[in-house]
Design a protein around this ligand. Structure first.
Ligand code: ACO
Length: 436
């Protein structure tokens, strides 16, 4: 496995206090690739100062061997493998194995892993009664936050986080059960019976079957749609230390159980600045409605009345490699289904205008993975409220891999950021009847 443990580069970074002239020499660490990091772990103890980086634009929160992103060059590697190769040549379960264990599986380990995941696809029968407690019109992400967190109440035999075997079982359970729970959330929202998983089907195929089959008649999943779903899952599988992954790590650093940690990740993913963007893109396209309204909409974006959803990324500042693959997949799915979606025409025109407009060029705003995923999912028959749920199904693999890596790190301690306090200094308590 190609990786590198934490080693000082021998380089240092000197910090000078302009008031006192004191100097501190800080060690610098090199990763395998990517920017070097200045080790500030002893900064507070040595200098009495914190660092301030509220949105983590310059802070590496952990060491990791899982995913590498070069945002300027549009590179995304999982365990060193390029996302384009993975999307074109491998399967979601192969990628899941690589993310969890460090290497792509050989035939034997792939067969074992697939069997393990398949074995865990069913959920405790009692869970369906848990579902029935929700309103039918609940947002499926609200349902997912609840039911995934509730898995801790059903699988007591994999909650001992100090036991590597139990950690592995809970990781397999989460990867295997998320599609089942997501499909149940969908079926519940449309008032159809739950469809049990089928172990003779592939991962993506089984998921589509659980979503779209009904007990009254046979249902055959289109291989092109199963392949597209597999690609969508691969493209969303992991993305380094993004908001939801950092949430999972922070929750896990307190030794919380993995089901609770992944539920926390789902909550974080839900926001429109993160996983909720694919839903927001479709809502935006529907609101624009017709191509002739695009210039007015673009002007509104420039006037900062709203954002162009599906555009921009904290890390990618040239292009999002996932978006390019997603666009190709989108074309295939629409051709297979014979769908001509006016939303796609608006999306294409928006993309063309935005990519040639100085406002977007100067700010390095390009389509991200979510710009096209919504159009594919809509064509497949998913309502917009399910889009972020599908993202959660895929990202669960990244979350559990990052959580597992953190739990295996001997120096793992609870994450506890500090703050720059800007509130009132200590003041006297005034009795309520004397307050103005
Ligand atoms: N539309 C219009 N303008 C934008 C957009 C956008 N989508 N994104 C950023 N900008 C502008 C900002 O207004 C700002 O302009 P200014 O310099 O004139 O003030 C500049 O670009 C920088 O924006 P920031 O908010 O500082 O960029 P940041 O890195 O914090 O935000 C984010 C990244 C949240 C993804 C942002 O681009 C955004 O809101 N995009 C739309 C939502 C979206 O698609 N999210 C999905 C992300 S991918 C994922 O989670 C899978």
């Amino acid at each position: 496995m190609a990786d590198k443990t934490e080693t000082s580069s021998g380089k240092t970074f000197t910090l000078t206090n302009d008031q006192t002239g004191d100097k501190w020499v800080l060690p610098v660490f090199d990763g395998t690739i990517g920017p070097a990091t200045i080790d500030i772990r002893s900064l507070y103890e040595d200098t009495g100062h914190f660092t301030l980086d509220p949105s983590f634009t310059s802070t590496a929160s952990c060491k990791s061997r899982i995913t590498f992103i070069d945002g300027d060059k549009g590179i995304l590697l999982h365990r060193g493998y390029n996302i384009k190769d993975l999307a074109e040549k491998s399967s979601f379960l192969e990628v899941a194995y690589a993310l969890l264990y460090g290497d792509l599986p050989n035939q034997k380990s792939y067969a074992e892993f697939s069997k393990n995941i398949t074995y865990h696809t069913m959920v405790h029968e009692q869970l369906q009664f848990f579902f029935r407690g929700f309103r039918r019109d609940a947002h499926p992400m609200a349902v997912m936050c609840g039911v995934v967190g509730a898995l801790a109440a059903f699988y007591h035999d994999s909650l001992d986080i100090s036991d590597p075997k139990q950690r592995e079982i809970s990781a397999h359970r989460l990867i295997a059960k998320l599609p089942t729970l997501a499909a149940m959330a969908f079926k519940y929202s449309i008032g159809q019976p739950f469809i049990y998983p089928r172990n003779d089907l592939g991962f993506a195929e089984n998921f589509l079957h659980m979503c779209f089959a009904v007990p009254a008649e046979p249902y055959k999943v289109s291989p092109i749609l199963a392949d597209a779903m597999d690609k969508i899952l691969i493209l969303h599988a992991d993305h380094e230390q993004n908001a939801s992954t950092s949430t999972v790590r922070l929750a896990g650093s307190s030794q919380a159980n993995p089901f609770a940690c992944i539920a926390a990740g789902i909550a974080s993913l839900w926001g429109p600045a993160h996983g909720g963007a694919n839903q927001a893109v479709l809502e935006m396209l529907a609101e624009i409605g017709t191509k002739d309204r695009i210039p007015e909409f673009i002007q509104g974006v420039k006037d900062k009345k709203y954002r162009l959803m599906g555009f921009g990324h904290r890390v990618y500042k040239n292009f999002d490699p996932r978006a390019q693959i997603m666009k190709e997949t989108c074309d295939k799915v629409l051709a297979e289904l014979g769908v001509t979606d006016p939303a796609l025409e608006i999306a294409m025109e928006l993309e063309r205008i935005a990519l040639s407009d100085p406002y977007f060029i100067e700010r390095k705003l390009y389509p991200n993975v979510d710009f096209y995923s919504g159009i594919i999912l809509k064509a497949m028959g998913f309502p917009v409220s399910m889009f972020t749920v599908l993202f959660a199904v895929a990202r669960t693999v990244g979350w559990v891999s990052q959580w597992k890596e953190m739990m295996e790190e001997p120096s793992n301690r609870i994450g506890r950021p500090r703050q720059l306090y800007t509130g009132a200094a200590q003041r006297d308590y005034v009795d309520i009847n004397k307050r103005t």
